[in-house]
Design a protein around this ligand. Structure first.
Ligand code: NAD
Length: 412
């Protein structure tokens, strides 16, 4: 680490930042790499031209990484929207890099500023009423009624403002143990894993954290403040996936939470219908994010899926999914098309019978020795490192970089 010349009485620390992977997380992030990653996503959206009839005033809850970040990018750079992004990220401190969502947001906000787009950000606990009140204040003062609210949180815990208790979410099967092949992405080893079933308390905790309660609280408080505009849409994200993951996902604790999210969507839809708007769930495809890399069995499935979907010319990452969601579904000029459970299906390509048949054929044959031949683990790993700003083309990773990057438009 070296000291850069002091500016305004402040010493800036520059350092070489390398990936430090611990299990399914990387504990470092590269500011320049994250900025490059965000810029690539912005360029992808801009190259497609404006989203006609897109939103003008957007709140994204969970806006700094994954699907929420992509939603904010498409809103701002595809639709020219003013955005407020809410997230929970660790800022840089004492020479330690921030978490990637901090750097992503810094890059997004700087790009928005260059284009004259309003982009305010709030870093804090979205589950708290205090943060909701601060968001409402910003929306009332600087934005006006919203026409899109995206709910894209993935969190390990939530303190319920009503009972003051902290609940934890778990990723476990319900009713019976589940054994399946699991890929240890850090060690590149495939071995069976047995997950014990969740207790009632763990199921309840996961529903409290990842269900729809907080989404509903956001919309109720925005409605009470008169900040849901005419025609306002609100979307939350869900995942279904193939049978091989159902015991841990669809029928597991997280699936129970998503069921609650779907029930909530129906209530919120009734609320927004009064304004000729709508609330609904979009089922998105499996992608590599910080949230999905923590789910047992899923990284192996994603590695196989990537191989099959790339070969079919159907590969998509968060930005491709959300860009397609906006352009072909939400702002397409025609009525939204739902499945029989009232959900928009952006996992349509992933769930195509020909894609799933191939995944199913490959699944039992994959071993530690055949990972590279039968799956796109290299693509998985590349994606994973890029989440933290590593492995981006055109970034000099041998150069020292200042981890202290401010977020323009960050409200305190
Ligand atoms: P992610 O981990 O990339 O993003 C989570 C976001 O939530 C980040 O912006 C983070 O800062 C924010 N956050 C977490 N706790 C917070 C808190 N207390 N207060 C404020 N912000 C907080 O996750 P993701 O994979 O993009 O998931 C987003 C949604 O999409 C989830 O509902 C997930 O189930 C769904 N989904 C994900 C996939 C997938 O494959 N990753 C597929 C389909 C649907």
């Amino acid at each position: 680490m070296a000291l850069l010349p002091a500016g305004c009485g402040q010493e800036l620390r520059a350092m070489i930042i390398k990936p430090k992977v611990r299990g399914f997380v990387c504990v470092t992030a590269h500011p320049t790499g994250c900025a490059r990653h965000v810029q690539q996503q912005i360029e992808y959206v801009k190259a497609k031209g404006p989203v006609r009839g897109g939103p003008r005033n957007v709140l994204v809850i969970g806006a700094s990484t994954g699907y929420g970040l992509a939603s904010r990018i498409v809103s701002a750079f595809g639709s020219g929207a003013a955005t407020l992004g809410v997230f929970f990220e660790r800022p840089p401190a004492e020479g330690k890099p921030a978490t990637p969502g901090w750097y992503n947001t810094a890059a997004l906000a700087a790009a928005a500023q260059r284009e004259g787009l309003f982009a305010a950000s709030l870093n804090g606990d979205a589950f708290s009423d205090e943060l909701k009140a601060r968001a409402i204040d910003i929306i009332r003062t600087d934005m006006g009624p919203l026409d899109l609210v995206v709910y894209s949180l993935a969190a390990p815990r939530r303190t319920d403002p009503v009972d003051g208790q902290t609940y934890r979410s778990t990723l476990k099967p319900i009713g019976a143990p589940f054994t399946a092949n699991n890929l240890d992405t850090d060690r590149k080893v495939i071995a069976p894993i047995t997950l014990e079933p969740a207790t009632e308390e763990e199921i309840r905790g996961t529903v409290k954290v990842m269900g729809g309660e907080d989404w509903e609280r956001w919309l109720e408080q925005l409605e009470a403040a008169g900040l849901l505009g005419e025609g306002c849409l609100s979307v939350a994200y869900d995942y279904v996936g193939p049978e091989v993951t159902w015991p841990v996902y669809h029928y597991g604790t997280i699936g129970r939470a998503k069921q609650h999210l779907r029930e909530t969507a129906r209530r919120l839809d009734a609320l927004l219908k009064l304004k000729r708007g709508a609330a609904f769930i979009s089922v998105n495809k499996a992608v590599v994010t910080q949230a999905s890399s923590a789910i047992p069995v899923v990284p192996l499935y994603i590695s196989i899926l990537f191989k099959v979907m790339k070969a079919a010319g159907l590969h998509e990452d968060c930005i491709h999914q959300i860009d397609r969601l906006f352009r072909t579904r939400l702002y397409h000029g025609s009525a939204l098309v739902f499945d029989d459970e009232g959900r928009v299906r952006m996992d349509d390509w992933e769930m195509r019978p020909d894609i799933q048949r191939q995944v199913k054929e490959i699944w039992p044959a994959v071993t530690t020795e055949t990972i590279d031949a039968l799956t796109d683990f290299a693509g998985y790993q590349e994606n994973f490192l890029q989440l933290f700003g590593f492995g981006l083309p055109g970034v000099d990773y041998a150069a020292e970089v200042d981890p202290e990057v401010p977020i323009p438009g960050l409200r305190t």
